[in-house]
Structures are given as structure tokens and as C-alpha cells.
Design a protein around this ligand. Structure first.
Ligand SMILES: Nc1nc2c(ncn2[C@@H]2O[C@H](COP(=O)(O)OP(=O)(O)OP(=O)(O)O)[C@@H](O)[C@H]2O)c(=O)[nH]1
Ligand SMILES: [Mg+2]
Length: 529
């Protein structure tokens, strides 16, 4: 038996702990009863300094009776409604088996309405070069041991831990308050994460991507689909830039993002080797028209943060094992400018859906980075396009950012939105959720200006590949417009058709063409039909 629930219930109701056997919508949400429960919750929250713990399926004597799935879902739902009455939210639900079904421990916390400034950075680089480790160390402050200690905060799936490879995108966050860094001991602890989001005045979120070549589509999703502010390229000092490093840099550049470079694992190499790798990286950056700048101390960091633009690329030596370079990196990240999103914030809400999942007691959740506008709890939105090109109405039930429940979320924030109105298995990555005023149109065909990177053969009529736009990754047919064919190094206009379903796209959006490796990058120039 899980000790945490058993121990906590053994000593009876006390301080901020409350037992509830079964909460019923028909009974407990009736006006008077609801008021009683709300004031009781308020009391428990006060006793717990803003946090209360409710046990469901547990009677007044602390006996673990259990509830069946429907009963439990209903009880959590009722608790959620009561929490809303007292300006609070459900933070965490933990369940365990009991005699008749399951008991649940539900943590409820007060909501604070605060909008910290938020920066989103995509982290890319060759497999094993130390992306997850760097992000793990920056966000927790705990040093790595050189054999994977801090990456476990990012690589949470069992097969990722066993193989030591990241296989999906992870989101990590740390922040600053009054000029000092705020980190979390355990990023897997939702309460700690939520408190961080609540307390900081500037937040840095990282999208940790994957370096292993077969998962390039996931890396592309991390860079193309997230409305990033910066791209951070991690290069290990012992290996230097590789073909994959170049490929990832190419994707970041295609998105026209400002770039930061961290040379990591500097504890593993001699100064001579480090200098050689630095020179290689500088050459690589100059080759693509960027100006590299070695950031050696706090003054350099201040200068770079002030003058950072599309062309300047700060390069920082670091080691999450010795801690070298991390303070300078903190300082640079803290001061990096957040582009003004005032205009985008005023536009109608729209988000490309990146992930779809189902959460106990919450229902269907879609997540992604808000492209424009703001979303509020209770909003009536539309979601689509479905194969027919139609959109369906949905309601926003709750909004979460790094497990912190919010009343409203703004452009640039990475959020999970729980919705009702559409079944989970009808929703696909690459669909959008938006306000009616966004007035979305789904297209099957468009034109783009593309540059072909590596391609052994030629791109001519009938050529098929995956086209990535935002979180869209669809099979497409490509046809050159003014030439018969395009080969490596060529640029030109092409017509692109989605093979299976229409998508919401816009003029000016960046795209990546892929068939195995990246084949081309480009920009949408015209929407056809
Ligand atoms: N000595 C030393 N080892 C490091 C350093 N940074 C990372 N490592 C080790 O390098 C290994 C790979 O690090 P990861 O962070 O998993 O690399 P990754 O880039 O996230 O790899 P993928 O996600 O699989 O692409 C781990 O065993 C780390 O402990 C460093 O600065 N010094
Ligand atoms: Mg990793």
C-alpha cells in the first residue's frame, strides 16, 4: 500500500486535511451545501498556508473505502467547482487502490493572478552532447556527475532513462525574482513547479529537443512548432560541431531565430582542444552570416544581452559537471530581452495544437504555445480543421502553465487547455484552437519559396515529402513552378499540396521539407485553395 495516503489518513482529519467519502453533483453543488463546503475549504486552505489536502473515498474515521471510476471522477469534479468558489485550483491528484475501487489524495491551492514575463528557448544539438543535462542543471542548480544525473529531470520516460536518450520534447522552467535565480529541487514535482511559476517575475522555459537522428521530426517540432524566442545550440567540447549540429543550426536559422551557443563538457578537454572546437564553431557561424561573440565574463553577458540581435551569436563555455560558465549563462538569460508581444496579444486567440491528452478529473487537454491573443477560462472557441475543413465549437474549462492553474493565458505562453465539446481521439496535432474572430480557413494547396539543402536526386513533379509548418507535419506533394526540377543548392517557387487533409496556414509562415533528413526550408508566399 502506498504509504503516503495510508499515513496521512491514519491520524484523522486535522489542520489542512479533510476526508470526503463521496461528493455528488446533485447534492454537494446545491447552493447551501456548496457554500458550506466552500467555507470549509477556505478554512483548510488557511490552516495549510494556501494549500489543502482532500482525501476522497475516505470516511470520517479515516477508513479507506474507495470509489469506482465514475464516482471518483464526479467527486473530483465537485471538488474542483468548490475550489473555484474560493479562488483555488486542484494542483495534483494521486490515487491508490482500496477495498471498493480507489481512494484519491487531492491537493488544492490558492490561485494568484500574476503574469511574469516569459521567455521560451528551444535547445538543440547532436545526440549526447549534453542538452538535457544543461537544462537540468540550469533549472535545478544541482551539478551533473558526468553519467546522466541531471538529465533524468528531462528524460522521464522509462525507455529514455534506460537508453540514456531523449525521445520526446520536455519542457523545463526556472526563473528570477528581484535579480536572483529561482530554481526547483525536483522539476517532476508539480507543486514546486507551480509555485515557481507563481513567484517569479521573469521565467525562462526550455523546450529540450532530441539529438538522435531518427527523431529529427521531434526536433523540428520543438523548433518549428513552439513560437520560440531564441534557439540554443549545445555543442560538446570533446566532439565539436557535427553534421547534426549543422542540421539543427539550419533549422533554427530557417525559423529566423536569434541563436545562443553553449560549448559544454569543457571539463573533458584540454585548453588546446577547446580552442580548436571554438574556432570550428566560429567558422560555422560566420559561414551562415552570423557574428559569433565569446562571452567570458559578466560584462560580456551584459553587453550581449543589451545588443543581442539576429546576427550576433553569444558563445559560452560551460560544464554542468564543474559549474563553470553557468553563472554567466544565468546572467545572460536573465537579461535577454523579451520581444514586445503587445500587438500579438491584442489579436484574436489562436494556438497550434502540439499535444493531446486526457487527465484524470480534468478531461481532454490540448497543449501548445499560444501564437496570438489571450485565452480565458470559460471562453467559447473553435477547434479544427477536420477532414471536411470544418471547425467545431469547444469550451475552455481550465488553463494550466507548468501545472499552475491560470484564469487567463497570453501569447507566447506554453499552456495546457482543458476543453469540452470534442472527443480526444478526433483531435490531431497540427490542428488549431482559436477564437471565432480569428476566422480560420483550411487550405489544401499553397505556394512557397524554398531553398533545397541536401538532396541526392531532384525535386520534380510527383515528389513527396513531409512538410512541417508550426506543429503541422503532413505528407505533401511538391511541384516546382518555374523550373522543371530543383536540386541541392537551388532556390525556387514550388506548389505544395497536403495529401490527406487541409490545414490552417498563413502567408509568411516558415516551413521545413523533410524526407528522412532535412531537404529544404522556405516561406509560404501564396495560399491557393
Ligand atoms: N563530463 C561531463 N559530462 C557531461 C556534461 N554534460 C553532459 N554530460 C554527460 O553526457 C551524457 C549525455 O548528456 P545528455 O544531457 O543526456 O545529452 P543530450 O544532448 O540531452 O542527448 P539526447 O537528448 O539523447 O540527444 C550524460 O551522461 C551526461 O552526464 C559535462 O559538462 N561534462
Ligand atoms: Mg536529451
Amino acid at each position: 500500500m502506498n504509504n503516503s495516503i495510508y499515513h496521512l489518513t491514519q491520524k484523522g482529519e486535522r489542520k489542512n486535511i479533510e476526508f470526503k467519502e463521496h461528493l455528488l453533483k446533485s447534492h454537494h453543488l446545491k447552493k447551501e451545501r456548496k457554500q458550506q463546503l466552500a467555507s470549509q475549504m477556505k478554512y483548510r486552505l488557511e490552516r495549510g498556508d494556501g494549500e489543502a489536502i482532500y482525501f476522497l473515498g475516505v470516511n470520517d474515521d479515516g477508513q479507506l473505502l474507495g470509489l469506482d471510476d465514475d464516482e471518483l471522477a464526479e467527486s473530483i469534479d465537485v471538488l474542483d467547482k468548490i475550489a473555484q468558489e474560493v479562488n483555488s485550483q486542484i494542483l495534483e491528484v494521486e490515487t491508490q487502490g482500496a477495498d471498493n475501487g480507489e481512494v484519491a489524495k487531492v491537493i488544492i491551492a490558492r490561485i494568484h493572478k500574476l503574469r511574469p514575463k516569459h521567455l521560451l528557448i528551444g535547445v538543440a544539438g547532436h545526440v549526447d552532447h549534453g542538452k538535457s543535462t544543461l537544462v537540468g542543471t540550469l533549472t535545478t542548480g544541482s551539478l551533473d556527475n558526468g553519467s546522466g544525473r541531471t538529465r533524468i529531470f528531462l528524460d522521464v520516460q522509462k525507455h529514455e532513462i534506460e537508453r540514456g536518450l531523449s525521445a520526446d520534447l520536455s519542457f523545463a522552467v526556472y526563473g528570477f525574482k528581484n535579480n536572483t535565480t529561482q530554481r526547483i529541487k525536483n522539476p517532476l514535482n508539480k507543486r514546486e513547479k507551480s509555485r515557481l511559476v507563481e513567484n517569479c517575475d521573469k521565467l525562462i522555459s526550455f523546450v529540450d529537443t532530441v539529438g538522435h537522428e531518427p527523431w529529427l521530426r521531434t526536433t523540428i517540432r520543438g523548433i518549428v512548432g513552439q513560437k520560440l524566442n531564441y534557439g540554443l545550440l549545445v555543442i560538446a567540447a570533446d566532439q565539436g560541431p557535427t553534421q547534426i549540429t549543422r542540421e539543427h543550426l539550419g533549422i533554427i536559422l530557417a525559423m529566423e531565430l536569434p541563436v545562443l551557443v553553449v560549448i559544454t563538457k569543457i571539463d573533458m578537454v584540454t585548453p588546446e582542444k577547446l580552442e580548436k572546437v571554438r574556432a570550428e564553431i566560429f567558422d560555422l557561424l560566420k559561414l551562415v552570416g552570423r557574428i559569433p561573440f565569446m562571452v567570458k565574463n559578466n560584462d560580456d553577458a551584459d553587453f550581449l544581452a543589451e545588443n543581442m540581435n539576429q546576427h550576433l551569436v553569444p558563445v559560452i563555455n560551460a560544464s554542468p559537471v564543474t559549474g563553470e560558465g553557468l553563472e554567466i549563462l544565468d546572467r545572460l538569460l536573465y537579461q535577454l530581452k523579451i520581444p514586445s508581444q503587445e500587438m500579438e496579444s491584442q489579436q484574436p486567440f489562436m494556438m497550434y495544437i502540439d499535444k493531446i491528452y486526457s487527465v484524470l478529473g480534468v478531461g481532454t487537454v490540448v497543449s501548445g504555445t499560444i501564437r496570438q491573443g489571450t485565452v480565458n477560462k470559460g471562453d467559447k472557441l473553435i477547434l479544427g480543421p477536420f477532414a471536411s475543413g470544418d471547425f467545431l465549437p469547444v469550451n475552455v474549462k481550465t488553463i494550466e502553465m507548468h501545472h499552475f492553474r491560470k484564469e487567463t493565458a497570453d501569447v507566447g505562453e506554453v499552456v495546457g487547455i482543458s476543453i469540452s465539446g470534442v472527443e480526444m481521439d478526433e483531435i490531431r496535432r497540427g490542428m488549431i484552437i482559436c477564437h471565432h474572430d480569428f476566422n480560420p480557413n483550411a487550405f489544401r494547396e499553397f505556394e512557397a519559396e524554398v531553398a533545397i539543402l541536401v538532396h541526392p536526386t531532384t525535386i520534380r513533379m510527383g515528389y513527396e515529402c513531409i512538410t512541417h509548418i508550426e506543429t503541422i507535419a503532413e505528407t505533401t506533394c511538391i511541384q516546382p513552378i518555374n523550373q522543371e526540377y530543383l536540386s541541392a543548392g537551388d532556390t525556387g517557387l514550388v506548389k505544395i499540396k497536403f495529401k490527406y487533409r487541409p490545414c490552417v496556414i498563413r502567408k509568411g509562415q516558415k516551413l521545413i521539407l523533410r524526407e528522412g533528413k532535412t531537404k529544404g526550408v522556405g516561406t509560404i508566399t501564396r495560399l491557393v485553395r
